[in-house]
Design a protein around this ligand. Structure first.
Ligand SMILES: Cc1ncc(COP(=O)(O)O)c(C=O)c1O
Length: 358
C-alpha cells in the first residue's frame, strides 16, 4: 500500500485512482509557458550567479522577497532573509542522540521554547487565527520569551476576503520567525522557500545549512527572481485563486450532494484542504481502505497527529484535481461509505497506510 502512496505523491494524475491526498498544486496550472519564454529569451545574466553562492541565497531574490513581504506588512531586509530548499523545517542538529552542547547553545541564544503555527489556512484543518488571536499570541510570546515559528505557505491562496496579516507583521521585538515557500503558489519542484527572522538566527541557520546543502539551487532562485521582478506573479495568483475557489466549491457541493448527513466540515476561506469528520462509527482508516478499492484516495486524520486522536477525521485536497475529477472522487467515496455501512465487520488498517504526506 505504501507504494501506492509513493506513486500518488509523485504525481496525483498518474493513476486510475483519484488522489485527493497530496497537498500539491495542479501541475497543469504551473506557469510553464512564462518560464519557457524567460528561458528562450534568456536575459543578460552574470555567469557567476550560477556558480557557488552564499548559503543565505541569491542576493537579488532575497531583495525581491524582502520587498514582497513588505507588501504583507512584514518589515525585513535581505540580510534577515534566508533562502531554503522549500519550506521544510530545519531541526536542531543531533549526533547520536541529543547534543547537549548544541542544545545549550540554542537555549541560551534562542530560548527554544517555540510555538509552531500554520496561522493561515492551516494544513490540514484550514483554520485561520483571527487578528485578535494573533495579537494575544504575540503578547504571550513576549511575556514568556517564546519564539513563534509562523509557517505560511497558503495565505496568498484566499478565496473570499483577504486573511489577517501575518503574525510576523505585528512583531516589534523579533519574536517571530516567518517561513514562506513558492511550492503551493508556483511550482513545488523548484524547491525555493525562505525564512525571515532575527539576523543572529539567520546567521546560525546559515551555518547549519552550509553543512547540509551549501546553498539552495540557484538556477531556481534566479528563475523565480526574474519571474517576480517582471511582475508575472500577481496575475498568476489571481488565476489560481479563481481556479481553486471553483474547485473548493465543486468539492463542497459534491460532498453535500453525495455524502450528505455522513460528513461534517467547515468551508475553508483559502488554502488547499477540506478537513472532514465522519459522523457515524466508521473510522477514516477503514474508509480509506474501502475507498482505495473504489478508486479514490485521501489522508486520514491520524497521519497529522503525533499522538492517536479521534479516528473519524480525514483531509481532502481540492487543489490538485480539476472539478469533474473532484466530483467523481466524492461519488467513489460515497460508494465506499455505503459498502461499509452495509457490511458490519470492522477491519484494522496497516500502519504504513497512515504515513504523513505533504
Ligand atoms: C504547512 C506546510 N509547511 C510547509 C510545507 C512544505 O512545503 P515545501 O517544502 O514544498 O516548500 C507544506 C507542504 O505541504 C505545508 O503544508
Amino acid at each position: 500500500m505504501s507504494s501506492i502512496i509513493k506513486e500518488l505523491v509523485s504525481d496525483p494524475h498518474s493513476s486510475e485512482i483519484i488522489s485527493l491526498a497530496v497537498g500539491m498544486p495542479d501541475p497543469f496550472l504551473y506557469p510553464l509557458d512564462v518560464f519557457q519564454r524567460i528561458l528562450e529569451n534568456m536575459p543578460a545574466t552574470n555567469p557567476s550567479d550560477f556558480g557557488y553562492i552564499a548559503t543565505e541565497g541569491y542576493l537579488p531574490l532575497r531583495r525581491t522577497i524582502a520587498h514582497m513581504l513588505s507588501s504583507n506588512g512584514i518589515e525585513t531586509t535581505p540580510e534577515r532573509t534566508l533562502i531554503l530548499s522549500g519550506a521544510q523545517l530545519l531541526v536542531l542538529p543531533t549526533e547520536a542522540g541529543l547534543n547537549l552542547e548544541i542544545l545549550e547553545d540554542y537555549l541560551i541564544r534562542y530560548r527554544p521554547k517555540l510555538f509552531y503555527t500554520v496561522s493561515t489556512y492551516n494544513n490540514p484543518t484550514g483554520q485561520v487565527l483571527t487578528e485578535q488571536e494573533r495579537r494575544e499570541l504575540l503578547l504571550l510570546a513576549r511575556r514568556h520569551r517564546l519564539v513563534i515559528v509562523e509557517d505560511d505557505p497558503y495565505s496568498q491562496l484566499y478565496y473570499e476576503e483577504k486573511p489577517p496579516l501575518p503574525i510576523k507583521s505585528m512583531d516589534s521585538f523579533e519574536g517571530v520567525v516567518y517561513i514562506g515557500t513558492f511550492s503551493k503558489t508556483l511550482i513545488p519542484g523548484l524547491r525555493v522557500g525562505f525564512l525571515t527572522g532575527h539576523s543572529a538566527l539567520i546567521h546560525r541557520l546559515a551555518l547549519e545549512k552550509q553543512y547540509v546543502d551549501l546553498h539552495s539551487n540557484n538556477f531556481s532562485q534566479w528563475l523565480i527572481n526574474f519571474y517576480l521582478e517582471q511582475g508575472y506573479f500577481e496575475d498568476h495568483l489571481n488565476f489560481i485563486r479563481s481556479e481553486y475557489k471553483k474547485r473548493r466549491d465543486s468539492l463542497v457541493k459534491a460532498i453535500r450532494r453525495y455524502l450528505e448527513n455522513n460528513v461534517h466540515f467547515n468551508v475553508p476561506g483559502g488554502g488547499f484542504y477540506l478537513w472532514c469528520k465522519l459522523k457515524g462509527t466508521i473510522t477514516s482508516g477503514r474508509l480509506l481502505q474501502e475507498a482505495t478499492k473504489c478508486g479514490v484516495f485521501f489522508v486520514p486524520g491520524q497521519a497529522f497527529n503525533a499522538r492517536p486522536t479521534e479516528e473519524n477525521e480525514f483531509r481532502l485536497c481540492f487543489a490538485s484535481q480539476p472539478e469533474p475529477v473532484l466530483v467523481e472522487g466524492v461519488k467513489r467515496l460515497a460508494k465506499a461509505l455505503e459498502i461499509l455501512q452495509k457490511s458490519k465487520t470492522p477491519r484494522k488498517i496497516s500502519e504504513s497506510f497512515l504515513k504523513p504526506i505533504v
